[in-house]
Ligand binder design. Structure first.
Ligand SMILES: Cc1cc2nc3c(=O)[nH]c(=O)nc-3n(C[C@H](O)[C@H](O)[C@H](O)COP(=O)(O)OP(=O)(O)OC[C@H]3O[C@@H](n4cnc5c(N)ncnc54)[C@H](O)[C@@H]3O)c2cc1C
Length: 362
């Protein structure tokens, strides 16, 4: 078996590590000069989205020997709407660093791999098909899946972010639900240390949003963050992602080609969480190749989460700022803790079950 992996990101590396552990040496092709060779940003793993798994990192370590260290445990999540604020505390998840940083998530994965990654790769999928018995597409987007007619696009998102200097609690993540600067979207702050944080605002590129002045929205968001933190923040770096595609493959495997990570449709449409599903699709691809299960079956819980997250996204898009106020207010205390800190309750599944009758998803 000669397995080629296209893309040394979360799904590609998780797949490669798992294959190696089962005695299969993969061939890994990365078109950049190193792993995680992009802007630095903070990302989070929210335990509630992966229920009934209680702790994502110990699950990955115990079940799959994938070892990850966060930059912080999320002990507190503060959610703001236009006029309300909710605080949820507990073992909520983990924050990590992505991009050009010595402790980035992909650098951590790379250390667990023996096989050398082939950088600066120019090989196309067609090249790999000719030379390998199996090809795993793990390029971080749905481009190949779409080209092969194997993809349903659900939305594209514009993200604008910055690294800011200030004073932060490493254990507190913040989110904003406010249509005045993130129409039908969301904004957040993830601390990278006690003096640095990543702030991001993201909204879908629907026709009604295309005429919006992204600069103005960003300024509104930035002022709001500074107001809520009661600090003047200094921007040290900025990034922009336009047309970040969220969608899903029809088939995770076609012949001996596997679609992993965002190529598969691992990113959840609700708040753009894709790290855990990407790692899992990488592991599942390797499991299929090692005869430990069928990719299609192993991915079923992820598929369900994707659909639930899509229901939640469509519901969220119907909320104006007054409704966001009501929602955020209700998340204070027992309700917020029940949904976000009690992993025995599958929050995505429960909410989507309630909302499905009114949200029309094909
Ligand atoms: C700004 C931002 C914030 C996010 N925040 C969160 C968050 O808080 N929580 C969360 O869970 N998810 C978050 N996500 C989503 C998450 O990052 C992705 O879902 C996840 O990284 C996808 O993993 P992947 O393996 O599919 O791709 P990646 O990890 O992106 O890896 C793809 C790799 O393929 C390489 N590649 C691309 N094309 C080729 C080619 N032709 N040949 C060879 N190699 C190629 C790339 O260089 C890259 O190394 C965020 C995404 C963005 C952009």
């Amino acid at each position: 078996m000669q397995v080629a992996i296209m893309g040394a990101g979360l799904s590609g590396l998780s797949c490669a590590i798992t294959l190696e552990r089962h005695g299969i040496k993969p061939y890994i092709f990365e078109n950049r000069k190193e792993v995680d060779d992009r802007f630095v940003n903070g990302e989070i793993f929210l335990n509630a989205l992966n229920a009934p798994i209680e702790d994502t990192f110990s699950y990955l370590a115990n079940e799959f020997q994938i070892y990850l260290q966060p930059v912080g445990h999320i002990k507190k999540l503060i959610i703001y709407s236009e006029n309300e604020q909710a605080t949820v505390t507990g073992n909520l998840g983990f924050s990590v660093i992505r991009g050009r940083h010595e402790n980035s998530l992909c650098k951590q994965l790379l250390k667990q791999l023996d096989t050398e990654v082939m950088y600066h790769s120019q090989s196309t999928y067609e090249d790999l098909l000719k030379n390998y018995t199996h090809v795993i597409l793990a390029t971080g987007d749905g481009a190949y899946s779409e080209k092969m007619g194997n993809y349903e696009k659900h939305l594209t998102v514009s993200l604008k972010g910055a690294i800011v200097e200030g004073k932060f609690d490493k254990y507190t993540t913040m989110a904003w639900l406010d249509n005045s600067f993130a129409p039908k979207g969301y904004s957040y702050l993830i601390p990278l240390s006690s003096t640095k944080a990543n702030i991001v605002t993201a909204y879908p590129n629907y026709p009604e949003n295309t005429l919006l002045d992204s600069h103005l929205l960003w300024n509104k968001f930035f002022s709001r963050v500074q107001k809520d933190l009661k600090q003047v923040l200094n921007i040290t770096d900025a990034f922009k992602v336009t047309e970040y595609v969220i969608g899903k493959c029809h088939h995770g495997r076609i012949g001996n080609t596997f679609f992993a990570g965002n190529c598969y449709g691992a990113i959840m449409p609700f708040l753009g969480f894709g790290q855990f599903p990407s790692i899992m699709t990488g592991i599942h691809t390797a499991y299929d190749l090692c005869g430990k299960g069928k990719y299609h079956d192993l991915n079923k819980p992820l598929d369900k989460s994707y659909t639930n997250a899509l229901v939640l996204r469509r519901a969220m898009e119907r909320l104006d700022n007054k409704k966001f106020d009501l929602l955020v207010k209700s998340l204070n205390g027992y309700i917020g803790k029940t949904f976000l800190d009690h992993s025995s309750i599958n929050f995505l599944s429960l909410i989507s079950h309630i909302l499905k009758p009114v949200i029309n998803i094909k």
